[in-house]
Design a protein around this ligand. Structure first.
Ligand code: AMP
Length: 190
């Protein structure tokens, strides 16, 4: 079973690429951001708890996120593999993921990071915000908060996975097809 983690700063193209990769490799795509947005739209308890953090560009607390992720994996154990998009985003989440997967005799196969400069990404998000309807895409201060969160809490995961020989960097600048190609080269070898 392939379990791939797709990393990248906000706007790096994780969602766009995941949409191609999930079909190409027959993986169950789990985007924690999408699941939160679904819960917010449907006004669930989880959605109510997560909404304020998301709108401000902050990370949702680990406890909520980890439990949500576990239940999503458990619901999809019949699938050929998983593509995690936007999870883990903290060391605590990565440790919880390792622990959870090992309890079901699985492990992360590899992680791929889409790399790009902040300024290019902020411009992309502001452009996306014109049509995405996402409050966290429309205000530059909130977008910057997402980068601060990324640098403080998510960036340390690169070393976490490098220490396990599971981190692979991919240049995230280029056409969608070019980037899918680069990602595929990495995934084919995992
Ligand atoms: P995304 O769609 O991946 O950009 O996520 C949008 C927002 O959802 C983030 O800015 C966070 O507020 C929240 N979120 C998504 N995934 C996580 C996660 N793994 N941990 C904490 N918060 C998350």
């Amino acid at each position: 079973m392939k379990l791939i983690v797709l990393f990248g700063k906000p706007g790096a193209g994780k969602g766009t690429q995941a949409a191609f990769l999930k079909d190409k490799y027959n993986l169950c795509h789990i985007s924690t951001g999408d699941i939160f947005r679904f819960n917010i739209k449907n006004e669930t308890e989880l959605g109510k708890k997560a909404q304020e953090y998301i709108n401000q560009g902050q990370l949702v607390p680990d406890s909520l996120t980890i439990n949500m992720l576990k239940s999503e994996v458990e619901k999809n154990m019949d699938k050929a593999g998983f593509l995690f998009d936007g999870f883990p985003r903290t060391i605590a989440q990565a440790e919880a993921l390792d622990e959870f997967l090992s309890s079901i005799n699985l492990e992360v196969t590899g992680t791929v990071g889409l790399e790009a400069e902040d300024d290019v990404l902020v411009a992309r998000i502001l452009e996306r915000g014109k049509t995405s309807g996402r409050a966290d895409d429309q205000d530059e201060a909130k977008i910057r908060t997402r980068y601060v969160e990324y640098n403080e809490k998510t960036a340390p995961l690169i070393d976490f996975y490098k220490a396990q020989n599971k981190y692979h960097a991919v240049n995230g600048i280029g056409s969608i097809e070019e980037i899918t190609e680069r990602l595929s080269k990495v995934i084919d070898n995992l």
